[in-house]
Design a protein around this ligand. Structure first.
Ligand SMILES: [Zn+2]
Length: 137
C-alpha cells in the first residue's frame, strides 16, 4: 500500500476487545477485521453527520435571460479569483448563432444555447435556417 494512505488511531483496549469478540462471534456480519468494523462504523457516523456528502455540483453552463435576440450563459469553467464564472452572450441570427466570447458560430456555448428547449422553440417558430443545426435528442 502506498505510504501515507493509511493512518492509525488508538482505541481503548476494553472497547476493542468487546468489538473483536463481536466480530468473531458474528461472522455473518462480514467484518474481516477490527479496522473493517471501525471503518464501517465511522463511515456510518459520517453519513449521519453528512461529512462525506459532496457539495451538489453546479452545472458548468447555465442559461438565463433568453430572448429572441439571444441568450446569456454563465460559464463556470471560466471562473477566476473574483467571480464564479463568466457571463457570455450568444446572439441569434437568422442563419446562425454567434458567441461573443469565442467569436464563433460553432463553439460549446452555441451548441449549449441551441439545445435549450425554449431557444429551440423560438428558433423553430421563426423558421430560421439555424433550426436545421439543432441536434435531435
Ligand atoms: Zn463560445
Amino acid at each position: 500500500m502506498p505510504i501515507g494512505k493509511y493512518r492509525g488511531i488508538t482505541l481503548q483496549r476494553e472497547l476493542v476487545n468487546v468489538i473483536e469478540r463481536y466480530i468473531n462471534s458474528h461472522p455473518e456480519m462480514g467484518y474481516k477485521s477490527l479496522a473493517d468494523f471501525a471503518t464501517d462504523a465511522i463511515r456510518e457516523k459520517c453519513e449521519q453527520l453528512k461529512i462525506l456528502t459532496p457539495m451538489p455540483e453546479q452545472p458548468v453552463l447555465e442559461h438565463f435571460n433568453i430572448s429572441e435576440h439571444g441568450v446569456r450563459i454563465l460559464d463556470r469553467t471560466l471562473a477566476n479569483r473574483t467571480s464564479r464564472g463568466r457571463i457570455i452572450d450568444v446572439y441569434f441570427r437568422p442563419d446562425n448563432a454567434w458567441c461573443e466570447h469565442c467569436q464563433s458560430t460553432d463553439c460549446r456555448h452555441v451548441e449549449f444555447a441551441l439545445n435549450i428547449p425554449k431557444v429551440r422553440k423560438i428558433i423553430i417558430k421563426k423558421g430560421w435556417e439555424i433550426s436545421k443545426k439543432i441536434k435531435e435528442t
